[in-house]
Structures are given as C-alpha cells and as structure tokens.
Design a protein around this ligand. Sequence first.
Ligand code: B1M
Length: 210
Amino acid sequence: MTIEALSQSVIKGDMQGAAELTEKALTEGIDPQEILDKGLIAAMDVVGQRFADGAMFVPQMLRSAKTMQNCVAVLKPHFQDGGIKTKGKIIMGTVKGDLHDIGKNLVAMMLEGAGFQVVDLGVDVAPDAYVSALESEQAQVVGMSALLSTTMPAMAQTIDALKAAGKRDGVKVMIGGAPVTAEYASNIGADCYAPDAGSAVVEVKKLIGA
Ligand code: B1M
C-alpha cells in the first residue's frame, strides 16, 4: 500500500508527501531496494511513458524528478555501509548535452555504498573534462551516463578524447543509461555496460578486481 502511494506521489510530484511516504515505508520495514525499485524507479517509468504519450510535459517531469531526488536523499543512508572507501576510485558523469542525473546519482550512491570513492563531475560533461579529471584524480574507472539517444555519441567522443590524450589504456570505461546497450558499448570500445545501479557495482568489481 505504502509503495503504491509513494509511486503515485512521485508521479504527481508531491515533494513533501513522497519524502514522508519514503520514511513511512522504511519505518514499516520495507527493504530500501524495494522502495527504490518499486516505489521510485517504477514511478519514473510511468512519468516517461506519460511524457512520450503527450500526457505530461517537461515542468511536470522535472517536478517528478525533484520529488524522486528528495526520496533518494531519504534512502541514501540505508545504502551506505560506513566503511572506509578504499576499494577504488571512479570518475562519473552524464555526458555532454545531457542533463539527466537521477540514474547517474543512483549509480554513484550504490558504488559509494559498496566502498568505492566516486568523483562526480555532474551533468553535461565534455570529453575534455573527463580527460582533465582523470589526470588529476588518477581513477581506475571512468563512468558515463546518457539518457538521450542524441547524446550517446558523446560517449564515443569521450573515449576518443581519452585515446588522444594517451589515457585510454590505463583506465576502464563503463557506460549506462536507458537507451544504452551492451552492443553499443562494444561498438564504441567501452569496457563494459551496466543496465542498472546494482549491476554497475558488480561490473566495477569485475573490471578492477575489487
Ligand atoms: Co527527459 N527524456 N528529457 N527529462 N526524461 C527521457 C530520457 C525520455 C526517454 C522521455 C520519453 O520521451 N519517454 C526522452 C528521451 C528519448 C530518447 O532520446 N531516447 C527524454 C527527453 C526527450 C527529454 C528532453 C529532450 C525533453 C524536452 O526538453 N523536450 C529534455 C532533454 C534535456 C537534456 O538533457 N538536454 C529532457 C529533460 C528532462 C528533465 C530535466 C525534465 C528530467 C531530468 C531531471 C534530472 O535527471 N535531474 C527528465 C526526466 C526525469 C526523464 C525521465 C522521465 C526519467 C529519467 C530517470 O530519471 N529515470 C525519462 C523517461 C525514462 O527514462 N523512463 C526521460 C529513472 C532513473 C533511475 O533511471 O536514468 O535510466 P535511468 O538510470 C538507471 C539505468 O539506466 C542505469 O542505472 C540507473 C539506476 O538503475 N544507469 C547507469 C544510468 N546511468 C548509468 C551509468 C552507468 C551504469 C548504469 O555507468 C556509468
């Protein structure tokens, strides 16, 4: 019941009500992963579908996104083990031209929870910005997120920029985001693709043997 009500309040963009329902779900002992998957991510799928159908517009989509972010902030402490972050360092960003950051933030949150250090470059990250960050941060993995089919090519451009800077061989590249596929990752020469935040943790562990 609470999960369904939570989902509806995210779809409606009821920022305060949704955060309260997230707290209520936790108090009821519902698993944070279930709250995330069935209450929040499922709601964003409905929002996306309504937008595609012309039944919802950008301002409402944005409000739902902000509502979801409030709820994720409530959940965040429940995904962190409090351990020392020493398993490895990952640079993460949403690629150039793309402002979607909810999925990228979830991936970052799960990686941090699993004990990795994440350097979050934010959204609309140009290829050169990934290269500079890699130079200053000495990370083992570069993670790129894209939610628009029109911004996916920026992933390939970033890999090209890493190659041009002589940095490609020393780093692993992981990509993800709703329109991205394993086939696309292979075509552009990324090291791996992760379909969701949980798999991203598994893939990073495999990539760097953590
Ligand atoms: Co936009 N949007 N949006 N949007 N938006 C989509 C993506 C869209 C599919 C909606 C639709 O038409 N059905 C569509 C894209 C179509 C396409 O290209 N294929 C779309 C569009 C068209 C647009 C605009 C162009 C609309 C306009 O202005 N006319 C515009 C573009 C702006 C820009 O970026 N330049 C736009 C704007 C926005 C808002 C700003 C209003 C808002 C974003 C707010 C924000 O992020 N802060 C927004 C939203 C909220 C969405 C939908 C509804 C939800 C996205 C989301 O947060 N999903 C989305 C529809 C949808 O996806 N169902 C849509 C929940 C999130 C948890 O999932 O991001 O997929 P996701 O992340 C998952 C996995 O993909 C994976 O793990 C995550 C967690 O499990 N993952 C990774 C993600 N990154 C990863 C990286 C990894 C590994 C895994 O490794 C590095």
